[in-house]
Design a protein around this ligand. Structure first.
Ligand code: NAD
Length: 509
């Protein structure tokens, strides 16, 4: 299967990971080995970016920007429309590659490519709506308005768990805004980035798009640091751990560049005594075990009203007993592997920490062994009774560990939900209007995403995606997220015959 996919994208067993449009450079950096967590097999090697190629990429991107920014935005949108169509054509192959290289289920692999298609559609419409406001000037014979201009080079650093969609959330909007993109994918998923670049190549060529508009710089953290330090890159959009975000924001901030940060979450669902428990169960279980707990929006905490606590935890335990864990390419499985053995170690350490800090497991975890689990990356989703203040509960462990806790009043539940350093996604399950409105009010959830009667995980393209506090404050994808990729200019134009000063200041010569 995998050989067919590599062939489909014309990816060789040792491939360059550096590209300027459709032109592949010889990567002089380290060799990245792509392993599949599905079966532990080495898939292919990728030659990462060295400093010399990085400089070439930046120079080409700068030259391309001078041209691309002059293209009318709807024309840029038309190129993005064609990119969406190309993704439709390659959806199956790319979805399979995402699933095999990253380990998420095939359905989720296809879903990730669908998200790319959706953002293309969104961006096409956006290309005709890069609106600025017009204001009334206080000075007679003057007109005042604002324009949004392209920003320049946009660095996109992405995480392993959404190896291709996160790039498209940024790139498709940045492209219609007139920017050029330099993508530094996760070193754990380089092949999917190469496949995406290959899908885009014919579109760039057919439309005579300047080559440097879409660039790829595979590599490890070091390549990300080059982007962070580079004053030629006005915006760095970075998705990953809070640890990475804190380091990167310091470097970008020191040069007064812009950083768009999409970092870790610690997402909770409140299960009220007014919830439909059967409906809540689906949202909680999918939210906790989907993508093997490796979504930034994964449900990590359940805050359950004391009157339904026993009934709901019993339902949960029963549901967990029915989970099928195995090869994610087999559609009968619910849960696939973690990304690698390091992630398995983090999971095991977290389980130890829960026990040491006083937690009690309702469903035990553990690493699976034997036929089908040879990669050593398959783990059991587990559930622990824990308290919100435990250090381990306050921390995002990127694995399927779910913490459950009790509450008495809705105010207490909201305080628990907000009582973590992260602020990405949140939800309440309730049929009670007062509770749901309180949860969504200024005194409610402090997260960037707050849902009622759906889980924390997953989001639609149309809304702005991102979170507060240690999640980094960035917003991507829908609503007015496009503004992050443009510079705003206020213009005041005097069509009178005198030059009155603002605030009525007199300055006679
Ligand atoms: P990671 O932080 O290890 O790596 C993310 C990316 O940052 C990689 O490309 C890596 O090479 C790069 N990087 C690491 N340190 C860097 C530095 N100092 N400077 C520049 N670049 C650097 O994250 P990961 O393990 O790939 O992904 C999992 C994390 O990502 C989780 O915390 C998850 O919640 C988060 N995430 C957040 C969102 C969101 O939208 N909020 C989406 C997906 C993943």
């Amino acid at each position: 299967m995998i050989n067919d996919i590599l062939q489909h994208f014309n990816i060789t067993s040792s491939h360059s990971g550096v590209a300027i449009g459709g032109h592949w450079l010889t990567g002089q950096g380290e060799t990245l080995q792509s392993w599949s967590p599905v079966d532990g097999q080495a898939i292919a090697a990728v030659q990462a970016t060295g400093r010399k190629e990085y400089e070439q990429v930046i120079e080409k991107a700068q030259a391309a920007f001078l041209e691309w920014r002059q293209w009318p935005a709807p024309k840029r949108g038309d190129v993005v429309r064609q990119m969406g169509d190309a993704l439709r054509t390659h959806k199956k192959a790319l979805g399979r590659l995402v699933s095999y290289e990253m380990g998420k289920s095939l359905q989720e692999g296809f879903g990730e490519v669908q998200e790319m298609i959706d953002i293309c559609d969104f961006a096409v419409g956006q290309s005709r709506q890069l609106y600025g406001l017009t204001m009334h000037s206080e000075r007679p014979g003057h007109r005042m308005y604002e324009q949004y201009h392209p920003l320049g080079l946009v660095g996109i650093i992405s995480a392993f768990n959404f190896p291709v969609a996160v790039w498209s959330w940024n790139a498709m909007l940045a492209l219609v805004c007139g920017d050029v993109c330099i993508w530094k994918p996760s070193e754990k998923t380089p092949l999917t980035s190469i496949a995406v670049q290959k899908i885009m190549e014919p579109i760039l060529k057919a439309n005579a798009v300047p080559g440097g508009v879409l660039c790829l710089v595979n590599g490890g953290r070091e390549v990300g640091e080059w982007l962070a330090q580079d004053t030629r890159v006005p915006l760095v959009s970075a998705t990953g751990s809070t640890r990475m975000g804190k380091q990167l924001a310091t470097v970008v901030g020191a040069r007064l560049g812009k950083a768009l940060l999409e970092l870790g979450g610690n997402n909770a669902i409140i299960i009220s005594e007014h919830a439909n428990l059967d409906m809540a169960l689906i949202g909680c279980v999918f939210g906790a075990v989907g993508t093997a707990g490796q979504r930034c929006t994964t449900t990590r905490r359940l805050i359950i009203h004391e009157s339904v606590y026993d009934a709901f935890t019993q339902k949960l335990v029963k549901a967990y007993q029915q989970l099928r864990i195995g090869n994610p390419l087999d559609e009968n499985q619910h849960v696939g592997p973690l990304i690698d053995k390091d992630a398995v170690q983090h999971y095991l350490h977290a389980i130890d920490a829960v026990k040491q800090q006083g937690g009690r497991f309702l469903v035990e975890g553990g690493v699976l062994e034997g036929a089908g689990y040879e990669s050593g990356c398959y783990v059991k989703p587990c559930i622990a009774e824990a308290e919100n203040h435990f250090a381990i509960v306050q921390h995002e462990t990127f694995a399927p560990i779910l913490y459950v806790m009790k509450y008495k009043t809705i105010e207490e539940a909201i305080a628990l939900q907000n009582g973590v350093p992260q602020g990405l996604s949140s939800a309440i399950m309730t049929q009670n209007l007062r509770e749901s409105e309180l949860f969504l009010s200024a005194a409610g959830s402090d997260c960037g995403i707050a849902n009622v009667n759906i889980g924390t995980s997953g989001a639609e393209i149309g809304g702005a995606f991102g979170g507060e506090k240690e999640t980094g404050g960035g917003r991507e994808s829908g609503s007015d997220a496009w503004k992050a990729y443009m510079r705003r200019q206020t213009n005041t134009l005097n069509y009178s015959t005198s030059l009155p000063l603002a605030q009525g200041i007199k300055f006679d010569l």
